[in-house]
Design a protein around this ligand. Structure first.
Ligand code: PLP
Length: 371
């Protein structure tokens, strides 16, 4: 685990999540829709998890729909908005493919791309100007970018949208578990992914406006107030909540999740290998993420060499593997020939300062070897 630097792709299962999963699987394996006592107990446990999730986000429990992860939740929002009239839908240019792909496929001419600056931050001035002229049905902006780690102005965007009576969606898959989640519940739609903070893979949630009528992501059953049919994954949900609460305790204390080891890593690399570039370095970022452009590509060569030395890093979004140039880097104005030079380094709760130092040393050696 010491060389694992791909936490933005996924985190290891948190011990509290494992325990909660085993407990829920053993005690509450009954179908929560069952009309007998054991079913009712499972249902009660599920509703308790919903209340805890609502407490973390700061919203009503009735606004939470459990899903199979952030991809499903993002797709559900885009699918819903695709059925809402003909008004434009604003989607930031740096969204994860879980938002951008369905948006491109289902919104057609209604889609408006919200540009970002070279620093990877969505341009608030652009949004203010757009909302002054047009009334979109939804605006979508993630909370923290999965590639650069740049913290997006989602609070300001949500306020702007509220002032113009426009619904706002925030994909918080990379934020929750890394920074306090409280306040996100003020957004109309929020998506969360359990495995990014130590929950199991394949579980997440969608927060939506509790009063939204006729929202049906899956049809075929009464579950989740008919908003998402299918037998509920209660062990997964219980495990996600256990991991999320453990992470919230850590992130409530900034000293427990310090950015210093990452910053020291970047400073050391910058002085030893001046032609390594760190993206979004001057803007607020997740404390765990560093996106580098390496001098002598391609990045996959670096990833393979690092892997052989026991370090796991990524070329960007795990989900865009093999999918051509990163949309995020393109939106930031990085020339096409440089987008294949990106190395994403991302740490987690168990990454020590010594692991960052060892990675810096290995990268410095590699820059000589590959050169
Ligand atoms: N949204 C963002 C910002 C992500 O980083 C990811 C995963 O990388 C997803 C959505 C997809 O999440 P999941 O794996 O839960 O479907």
């Amino acid at each position: 685990m010491n060389g694992y630097f791909d936490w933005n792709a996924t985190a290891p299962l948190h011990p509290a999540a494992r325990e909660a999963w085993l407990e829920a699987s053993a005690r509450f394996w009954y179908n929560p829709s069952g009309l007998y006592r054991e079913g009712a107990e499972a249902r009660e446990r599920l509703e308790e998890c919903r209340e805890r999730a609502a407490g973390l986000l700061g919203c009503e429990p009735g606004a939470i729909v459990f899903t199979s992860g952030a991809t499903e939740a993002d797709n559900a929002v885009v699918r819903w908005v695709a059925g809402q009239g003909a008004a434009p839908v604003v989607v930031s240019a740096i969204e994860h493919p879980a938002v951008s792909e369905p948006a491109a496929a289902w919104l057609g001419e209604r889609l408006r791309s919200w540009p970002c600056g070279a620093d990877g931050l969505a341009d608030l001035g652009w949004l203010a100007d757009f909302l002054g002229r047009q009334r979109p049905v939804l605006v979508s902006l993630m909370a923290a970018n999965n590639e650069t780690g740049a913290l997006q102005p989602w609070r300001e965007a949500a306020e702007l949208c509220a002032r113009h009576g426009v619904r706002f969606h925030c994909d918080a898959a990379q934020w929750c578990g890394r920074l306090p989640s409280d306040g996100l519940g003020g957004c109309d739609f929020v998506t969360v992914s359990g495995h990014k903070f130590g929950g199991p893979k394949g579980v997440g949630l969608l927060k939506l406006p509790a009063e939204l009528n006729g929202f049906r992501s899956f049809r075929g059953g009464q579950q989740e107030e008919r908003r998402r049919a299918g037998t509920e994954n209660l062990p997964g949900v219980a495990a996600m909540l256990a991991a999320w609460e453990a992470a919230e305790v850590l992130v409530s204390d900034a000293a427990a999740m310090p950015a210093e080891p990452r910053d020291a890593f970047e400073a050391r690399l910058a002085s030893a290998v001046p032609d390594i570039e760190v993206l979004s370095r001057r803007v607020p970022r997740l404390w765990n993420t560093s996106l580098l452009l390496v001098p002598r590509g391609p990045n996959v060569k670096w990833v393979a060499r690092l892997s052989r030395s026991g370090f796991q890093v990524s070329t960007g979004s795990a989900c865009s593997r093999g999918g051509g140039a990163s949309e995020v880097l393109t939106a930031m104005g990085i020339p096409a020939e440089r987008t294949g030079a990106a190395l994403r380094i991302s740490s987690g709760w168990s990454t020590g300062a010594s692991a960052w130092q060892a990675l810096a040393a290995r990268l410095m050696a590699l820059s000589d070897e590959i050169g």
